[in-house]
Design a protein. Structure first.
Length: 572
């Protein structure tokens, strides 16, 4: 039986592509075998040396579809946001992208005419069909690539071959085992960073344990275990990361800090830097890397979670000609992003802005940024002294850590400069006592201070799958005491959805406690009043506490009451 119409068209397209000559086409056309589907592909690949992808291109041209190489597609948690994974597995389709109102879907069977309509009804999007190899789609589902550590399978297998399975269980680790220049180790280091970046990670933790090395990613403030590696791989991986940030790989007894400019080590379009900190731990060296995404510009102030009232007050403060604005909160509470956003808003050609940072997290055009270097004596205090002779309008100091920096910062704020900085305190009123404890006179604090902004980051409840309910009992009492309101609020869906990766939460929102200076507050600071007294005065002046602001975010449906209480305890 000669070739069918579609098979003949495929062979004709291969002739047009220059992969077969007309004689080979004629020979194939009169073949007595039934060359349908896979058997034709097999024959073309084995006898005529046509590659699998060339077969796909020819087939797609014959069917007037676009070819898609699924083997190069990276599956993520967002892949099945619109089409359920089970449906995709059953029908051998894979959503690979979206352009406006069009959904790009790779199909293994181009003759399945009802599927596009089903998908269109399911998603409300117009479906654009792409043709992919059935084997590639099946392989993707089999590997579960890039989710739950699946994207590391190939590298882990290579490492297993190089270091031996379960290496490092007992026995001393030899120096020869540490080969940070081996191919699999370089691939592993890159893959850990890339995978973390695509998953929306803020920090990567590489932690050596007694019998293995654990890699954890912090996403939306919560750590998730990503990977477990053989013990012997640890020193090689950490040495590789040290090489990437030019640290001393022979020094394993002292903590070291560095920076990785990742685009030097990858061909992918990933422009990010990593702030790296190594530390000697009981089972070997550990590393924590903070991801600084250079493709993300600073967010505008309204996107940071400020309430309308707080935003208006804060904007008024950052436009003052002189004075001191302080941000306080623990590490990872969004202080840096708020500072950069504030500077971005007032950054105009007629204003000179100088920043002293350790490290420079994001580079902003129009800012003059200085990196601290304690080893050679370039500290915040020396940078501040230098800035005062460089005619700035606004000075940003990364952190006030000691008496000297605090003293110079207050002097700068009193001599015609707007000074912005951060402190590690729990709330706005305790910042005053922290400064006086450092040795700054209370009258200097009161006369220089414009405002103190305490902040935290809370996880946003997923908008797609959140569940509405009316609080009762203790929850109702908390809502009433904080903001005098009780109505419908939201809680996370325990099953989650593809958009939030099954967690019920997606992204984060800031909560703020903005204490703006006023006459009553100045008088109380001068009398060295306690923090509790300052807090009451600030509240009389219109300050919403962190707890009140967090409950307002619950009321607005941005987060949950569990998340609010977990971040900030209720006011006494």
């Amino acid at each position: 039986m000669p070739l069918g119409k579609i098979q003949l068209q495929i062979v004709t397209k291969l002739v047009e592509m220059g992969r077969l000559d007309p004689e080979q086409r004629s020979a194939l056309a009169v073949r007595p075998e039934d060359l349908s589907g896979d058997s034709l592909d097999k024959l073309l690949q084995e006898e005529f040396k046509v590659t699998a992808f060339q077969c796909l291109v020819a087939k797609s041209r014959a069917l007037n579809l676009s070819p898609y190489n699924v083997a190069h597609y990276r599956m993520t948690a967002q892949t099945f946001e619109r089409i359920p994974e089970d449906f995709c597995k059953e029908n051998l389709v894979l959503p690979v992208g979206q352009v406006g109102e069009m959904l790009l879907v790779a199909f293994a069977n181009p003759f399945e005419v009802t599927l596009p309509t089903k998908i269109q009804e399911m998603t409300g999007k117009r479906v654009v069909r792409l043709l992919a190899r059935e084997k590639d789609i099946r392989d993707k589902f089999a590997k579960g690539q890039d989710r739950g550590g699946g994207g590391f399978d190939d590298v882990i297998m290579q490492i297993g071959a190089e270091y031996g399975e379960g290496g490092g269980e007992g026995g001393e680790l030899k120096e020869d085992d540490v080969n940070e220049e081996s191919g699999p180790i370089i691939q592993l280091a890159n893959r850990i960073i890339e995978d973390a970046y695509f998953a929306g990670t803020s920090d990567i933790h590489i932690e050596p344990q007694e019998k293995e090395v654990i890699v954890r990613n912090r996403i939306d403030g919560i750590c998730h275990e990503k990977l477990r590696l053989p013990k012997k791989v640890g020193p090689a991986l950490i040495a590789r990361l040290k090489i990437m940030c030019n640290l001393d790989i022979s020094e394993r007894r002292l903590p070291q800090d560095g920076r990785i400019v990742f685009k030097q080590y990858t061909k992918k379009n990933v422009d990010l830097d990593l702030r790296v900190s190594t530390a000697p731990l009981n089972h070997g060296e550990g590393v924590v890397m903070r991801i600084l995404d250079k493709q993300k510009t600073t967010l505008p102030l309204p996107a940071l979670g400020f309430s309308e009232e707080n935003l208006a007050k804060y904007r008024e403060c950052i436009r003052q000609p002189y004075g001191m604005i302080l941000h306080c909160g623990p590490t990872g509470s969004g202080k840096s992003m708020t500072l950069y956003s504030a500077l971005n808003e007032v950054n105009t050609p007629d204003i000179v802005i100088r920043t002293a940072e350790d490290p420079i997290e994001y580079t902003l055009p129009g800012l003059n940024q200085m990196q601290m270097h304690r080893q050679i004596g370039l500290t915040f205090a020396t940078a501040l002294r230098a800035f005062l002779r460089q005619d700035p309008d606004i000075i940003l100091v990364g952190e006030i850590r000691d008496k000297e920096t605090a003293g110079i910062a207050v002097e700068a704020a009193l001599t015609g400069h707007l000074l912005i900085s951060t402190l590690h305190t729990n709330d706005a009123p305790t910042t005053i006592s922290r400064l006086t404890e450092m040795g700054v006179e209370s009258f200097m604090v009161s006369s220089s201070l414009l405002c103190v902004c305490a902040q935290r980051l809370m996880r946003r409840v997923c908008k797609t799958c959140r569940v509405a309910y009316t609080p009762v009992g203790r929850e109702e009492e908390i809502m009433q005491r904080a903001i005098g309101w009780n109505g419908q609020i939201f809680k996370p869906n325990p099953k989650g959805c593809p958009k939030c990766g099954g967690s019920g939460y997606k992204g984060r929102v800031g909560i703020h406690e903005l204490m703006v200076s006023n006459e009553e507050l100045v008088a109380a600071i001068n009398k060295e009043a306690e923090s509790a007294v300052l807090k009451k005065i600030a509240q009389r002046g219109g300050m919403k506490t962190l707890h009140q602001d967090s409950i307002l975010k619950v009321k607005e449906g941005l987060t949950t009451i569990e998340e609010a209480i977990a971040n900030v305890p209720p006011d006494m």
